[in-house]
Write a protein that binds this ligand. Sequence first.
Ligand code: FMN
Length: 438
Amino acid sequence: MPHTDPTHPVTAALARARSAEQPTAGPPCSQASQLSQRPRPPGPSAPLPPDLDRILRLSLAAGPDRPDGRLRPVPSAGALHPVDAHLLVGPGSALPAGRYAYHPLTHRIHRRGPAPSPVPAGTLAVLTATVGPTVAHYGHRAWPLLLLDIGHAAAALALAGSPAACLDAPGDLLAAAARLDGADGLPLAAVRMTADCPPDALTQWAAPDPAHGAPPTGPTGPSTLDSGTPDTAESATTRRLLAALGPAAGTRHHWHPTPPVDAPDTVLLTRRSARPDLLLGTPDERQLIALLTAAAAGHPRGPSWCVATGGTRPALLRLGDHGRLDLLASGDARPTLAIWAAHQEWIATTGAVLLAHGCPDDAPPERVRALHHTAGYAVGFAQLTAATLGLPSRPIGSWQRADLGAAIGREPGRDWVLHGLAIGRRPDERHEGDDDPS
Ligand SMILES: Cc1cc2nc3c(=O)[nH]c(=O)nc-3n(C[C@H](O)[C@H](O)[C@H](O)COP(=O)(O)O)c2cc1C
């Protein structure tokens, strides 16, 4: 069945996630405890060597020693933190070559198995998503959020120093490289942790090992890592859907070098999503241009970007070719955005909302996955830019009936909101009359 058929499973799931249908209440799931309940991976554990220690401490680590409890440096929809990292360590590291699972609570790695022979240089991380808690909270709206969360996790690793990310690798390649099975989350992306990885490192790690038989074809059944949450029909559907969104086996994957980052470790470590009541006041023109530029530069195959502003002349603005703000539409889009974003009323008065948009109704499955990953990835970069400009911000992930194209008079069904970043301006930086970027 072609993906342009509205009954194709991916096309139908996309339409459902974007519809007004409310998720049915799932089994109880304590958001605060999701990270603290993360099962300890099996296998002997070891501390991380300094280069990996720094990158993971500034991105995915969580633990009681963090000043804010068990949150991570990376944001996550509903603070559910579904992303885990599996490290593929080759020659050049202080660790013996092999496959390892990273445990965010102890910030240690657990040996899972040997490296292939021959083993490529450098260290990679394969990122997996555990779907149970996010599905328990968001139901049929969970899967786009899981894809966005993977993008944010890849961005957090990139911002902390990993040199390149791969957001379009087939799931079976990632699963074979990390030797994942039904006990692991779904593999959705990879990052280079060190610069010396060859371009075909994933393929080399995925090669069959004659001593240990063929690599597994990947996680298919219920994940035991999801065991903190009862398995439901919705989580099984979500896992199948996420697997179906991956590119076909053998499809070429791409490594995207990390754009230049200039942020002190303390900014990465202390980044937080601001409380909605601190997101008032519209950023000025220079700040909006910096945010749109950071989002667009985040990933070359990403979605389109615009920003909805408040102030005295509210408007929808985009970055023009000449590097200045172009008017996409005049008027205040924020009250509509508040309704589209699951009726989060605070959005109607927030200073500005950066919007990732695109992904038409009939987008091919692998493009749906890539656009959500790259939207999360690029919003990660935009959120760091906001932090370095001293602007409070907060990601916005659930969007229903958010047909931005139709709302500004274009063809319906072609240009949907995928992700957002609400941005404010600290009260001490706001001055009478200077919040109008139009
Ligand atoms: C993909 C994604 C979607 C999110 N969606 C929303 C949202 O719709 N509304 C909201 O208030 N916060 C949203 N957040 C922010 C999270 O609630 C926040 O990251 C989480 O509570 C952890 O807090 P921290 O970012 O301060 O570490 C989102 C975050 C991510 C990464």
